[in-house]
Design a protein around this ligand. Sequence first.
Ligand code: CA
Length: 229
Amino acid sequence: MAADKTTILLVEDEPAIIALVTFSLREAGWDPVAVSTCSDAWEFLQGRMPQLILLDWMLPDQSGLRFLARIKADRQFNNLPVIMLTAKSMEEDKIAGLNTGADDYVTKPFSPRELTARIRALLRRKSPEHAQETMSVANVTLDPVSCSVKIDSDRIDIGHAEFKLLKFFLAHPDKVFSRGQLLDKVWGDHVVIEERTVDVHVLRLRKALKEAGNLIKTVRSVGYMLSEK
Ligand code: CA
């Protein structure tokens, strides 16, 4: 389901780059959405929150740098990770981008591998559950690209919600999350479900993990955590 994938907003006006980046990101397991102007990007942001923005420097209606300043000035968006795509290799331009709040920049021409590596590194830092990397704990391995979970080398049956929950726990081991936090982080803040639903999914997750189910700990009167200890 597209809504559960990690959305990366590409703001770029060169068709060849749009095609290349879109293809590479999709291959890497992300869900790219391309727009070619700052005003289209702003409109997109009103309806849907991406997990990362790739922002070209030279755009038809406004400079990428100005758009970046606009995002950073907005409380709703100022935590969004942004990578600037720039044809400019001038040191002062890079500094301007970083000073305005860009997390990283990639200078054109770039290889798709370099770009995906930068995206992955940034997501690993900011929201590891979106880095689309294979994660494991004990004998449990989750592959976000093929949406599969293995115990040792056996693929297990796991529901969609339990998969997302496990993915989140694996990205944040040894951290306790309240039911409210899990609802917010795993189901998204537009979803209205009861906190008790979290308990149901934790129960199902433990069952799906069989003996490894004890990796998911109940922390009394707080919530849940994944831990090997
Ligand atoms: Ca451009």
